[in-house]
Design a protein around this ligand. Structure first.
Ligand SMILES: Cc1cc2nc3c(=O)[nH]c(=O)nc-3n(C[C@H](O)[C@H](O)[C@H](O)COP(=O)(O)OP(=O)(O)OC[C@H]3O[C@@H](n4cnc5c(N)ncnc54)[C@H](O)[C@@H]3O)c2cc1C
Length: 380
């Protein structure tokens, strides 16, 4: 995308977030739902298709531009991002990277417009961090597979019309080598979606169990080769980790803006609390960390755009940015004092919302394992 067009998109996102979404945050949190008109406006802005190639109706942003868009957009409650996050990231990228032309033609235009909502179904009750141990089975019977098993905590499952499902096609292989990926439409017979879970934060974004009871998946709905499913999932997650990292930067920016504003307004001991050096230190630490996070995300995204492998860089970004936004949210609560702990300013809500970033798409512990493994490979 030309720099000028990109800047226009970033300006439009900034205006949309400030004028439309921030005023809706409290309502979304209370009702646990994003109003239909806001979703329609998000679709009209092209948000569901940010990463989908232009020939299939998306905006075809580079990784760097997608991250810049998230820096801007994620200055509002992360639940808004979650509404289109699976379409842009984990729910669509298996198809973009490994899909056949026919699969792409059939699904990507709807994903780009937001008409089709996608979900990524890897996690299971017994397979979380150890995601290569999936037990959901896909048995080949003639011209189709039969899927049986259960997936857990699947984002947007209640709205999804298409699932990317990782299932074991070779039970003799215990790890990732026996896993294949499938595109499974919501209306497949035998597929059922559980009730949304009650969560600590990010109300308005939903996760559900997805159950497969003798669900038929025709051969042409397999994504990539048989046994390639874990590779599909890992490549999707590498990319997803950069996306989530940029989300963390966006939320941190919002919390910093709110903290600076409050520190300038709130008076104690006859002066603004911003004059106190201990408050300044918290603001400065948050600013420095958010700047570092932004720079590392842009660096990793550019490397990915130039075709380099970014397994270590993406894991480093996910680790640093998710932990960074946790510290920034904690400082924001401290700077707001009692007002940070009560619901009035929404700071406690962000504090709860950002806790998730250290857990999903690979916890901080798993990112450390990935980084260390890559260090051993690279020798540095
Ligand atoms: C809101 C939300 C949305 C989600 N969306 C999706 C989705 O759309 N699709 C999907 O497939 N999944 C999704 N998940 C699942 C998510 O990716 C997992 O919850 C996550 O990977 C952790 O797995 P787990 O919950 O089973 O925890 P566990 O794997 O049981 O981990 C528990 C703790 O043990 C630690 N641990 C585990 N193994 C090691 C190790 N080897 N070394 C050190 N520490 C370790 C973990 O870091 C964690 O601290 C979502 C989860 C949530 C909460």
């Amino acid at each position: 995308m030309e720099t000028e067009t990109r800047d226009q998109l970033l300006d439009a996102l900034k205006r949309f977030v400030d004028e439309r979404l921030i005023p809706l945050e409290a309502k979304v949190s209370e009702t646990d739902a994003i109003p239909a008109d806001a979703l329609a406006e998000m679709r009209a802005l092209g948000l569901f298709g940010l990463s989908i190639p232009e020939e299939y109706g998306g905006l075809g942003l580079s990784m760097e531009d997608e991250c810049r868009a998230m820096f801007e957009f994620c200055r509002c409650s992360p639940a808004f991002r979650s509404a289109f996050g699976t379409n842009v990231g984990i729910g669509s990228q298996g198809l973009v990277m490994f899909g056949t032309e026919a699969q792409k033609q059939k699904w990507l235009p709807g994903i780009a417009s937001g008409e089709v909502v996608t979900s990524f179904a890897l996690t299971e009750p017994e397979a979380g961090s150890d995601s290569a141990s999936v037990r959901t089975k896909a048995e080949l019977r003639g011209d189709h597979y039969v899927l049986n098993g259960a997936k857990r905590y699947i984002t947007n499952a209640n709205r999804a019309s298409l699932f990317t499902v990782m299932a074991r096609t070779d039970p003799s292989q215990k790890g990732g080598a026996g896993v294949s990926a499938f595109l499974v439409p919501r209306d497949s017979e035998g597929l059922s979606v559980g009730k949304p879970e009650k969560k600590m934060g990010q109300q308005g974004a939903h996760i559900c169990d997805v159950n497969f009871d003798n669900v038929k998946a025709p051969l042409d709905m397999r994504l990539g080769e048989e046994g390639q499913g874990f590779k599909v999932a890992m490549q999707v997650l590498d990319r997803g980790r950069l996306h989530i990292s940029s989300v963390c930067v966006g939320v941190a920016e919002r919390l910093i803006e709110e903290s600076v504003k409050y520190a300038a307004e709130r008076k104690q001991f006859g002066q603004a609390i911003a004059n106190f050096q201990m408050i300044q230190a918290m603001l400065a630490d948050s600013r420095a960390e958010a700047n570092a996070a932004r720079a590392m995300v842009i660096d990793a995204a550019r490397k990915r755009d130039s075709g380099q492998t970014v397994v270590m860089e993406a894991a480093s970004c996910k680790l640093f940015c998710s932990e960074m936004v946790g510290r920034v949210a904690d400082r924001a609560v401290q700077i707001f004092g009692g007002a940070g702990y009560t619901a009035d300013h929404g700071i406690e809500r962000f504090y709860r919302d950002v806790r998730l970033f250290r857990i999903y798409e690979g916890s901080s512990e798993i990112q450390r394992l990935v980084i260390a493994r890559e260090m051993m490979k690279r020798g540095r």
